[in-house]
Ligand binder design. Structure first.
Ligand code: FDA
Length: 304
């Protein structure tokens, strides 16, 4: 219920104005967002790299409304790749296809994606295509298949365990040896296509993690759920998988203690670092994931 409301508010401009306008929401925003420009983000990135962790960088933005905005986003990503290369930073990028214009036109979105992944491939980099809400699943996978055919080593996809269809999508991605980031799923979805109960999402996640580790296609296990981390640790202890056959991923600002602990234990730990001015929908999804975040925010808003 609370989650559904927050997901609805994620698209509400009035709420966005309130959250953006209040100085008191700042502490929570800076916890989840690495800054509004690339220079800010680079400061955080260097500090993460110094702690023996790796990074995937996300320039925030989604559902752009014009071709100009989509092109500007693609140009900004090319600038990010150039800057990372110039500064000799071994950092992946994460990208949302609605930021490249998927709501507007598939052909131009494809051209932009091809240019970005092509540039990353030239530099030896890696691009992860984030997965958005279910209206985009099929089109995202279709563009992923095309780009994976061109640059298999330099591009990966995200699958969401909450969707029933993921059982099939996972097998397809394993068959094409694609690198999968497996997540539980951050969007509000109808019961007809997604597990409504968290226990079922967790059970599906567990199944998908085990299947990906068994397949050996260097999955990214993206979760902060300690039960899932223990599951993976157990597989390593029993010798079924080694630490160089997968990596953990976590979000900037979420369970930093665990991020460092896993890195110290010798696991690959990649932090998803979001930055940019269009942080509002991303921020609201982070609130929806954990009620305690909402109560903190409400306290600040009431005080203001
Ligand atoms: P779960 O929700 O069960 O949380 C387990 C524990 O983690 C909580 O008890 C709490 O301690 C902590 N926690 C989780 N979220 C928190 C938060 N926001 N604030 C504070 N503590 C929190 N989704 C998607 O649909 N498409 C995508 O492309 C991606 N990409 C992505 C990349 C990476 C690197 C990560 C880690 C996650 C995503 N996600 C995503 C988000 C994902 O689908 C999911 O919503 C969150 O990871 C939360 O689920 P957990 O697996 O952490 O478990």
């Amino acid at each position: 219920m609370l989650r559904a409301m927050l997901m609805w508010l994620a698209g509400n401009q009035r709420m966005e104005r309130i959250v953006r306008g209040s100085r008191l929401t700042r502490p929570l925003i800076v916890r989840f967002i690495a800054g509004e420009d690339l220079d800010d983000a680079l400061v955080q990135i260097r500090s993460i790299l110094a702690r023996r962790q790796t990074v995937t960088l996300d320039l925030l933005g989604e559902n752009v409304a014009t071709q100009e905005a989509a092109q500007a986003a693609a140009d900004a990503y090319l600038g990010v790749l150039d800057r990372l290369h110039a500064e000799n930073l071994d950092v992946n990028i994460s990208i949302k296809l609605t930021m490249l214009g998927l709501d507007l036109d598939e052909d131009t979105t494809w051209e932009r994606l091809r240019t970005i992944v092509g540039r990353a491939a030239d530099m030896g980099g890696f691009v992860r295509i984030d997965m958005e809400g279910s209206p985009y699943t099929e089109r995202t996978l279709a563009l992923f298949r095309r780009i994976h055919d061109l640059h298999a080593e330099h591009v990966g996809i995200v699958l969401q365990s909450m969707l029933y269809r993921t059982e099939t999508d996972l097998e397809e991605m394993i068959a094409r040896k694609a690198r999968v980031r497996i997540v539980k799923g951050a969007y509000q979805e109808p019961e007809t296509i997604a597990y409504p109960r968290k226990a079922d999402v967790d059970a599906a996640y567990r199944r998908h993690v085990e299947r990906l580790l068994e397949a050996g296609t260097y999955p990214a296990i993206a979760t902060h759920d300690e039960a899932m981390l223990d599951l993976v640790r157990g597989q390593v202890r029993s010798g079924r998988v080694t630490t160089d056959q997968f990596e953990f991923q976590m979000l900037y600002g979420v369970r930093r203690d665990l991020q460092q602990q896993l890195a110290n234990e010798g696991y690959g730990m990649r932090v998803y670092v979001p930055y940019g001015t269009s942080w509002y929908p991303y921020f609201m999804r982070r609130l929806a994931e954990r009620p305690a975040n909402v109560f903190f925010l409400l306290r600040q808003l009431v005080r203001s």
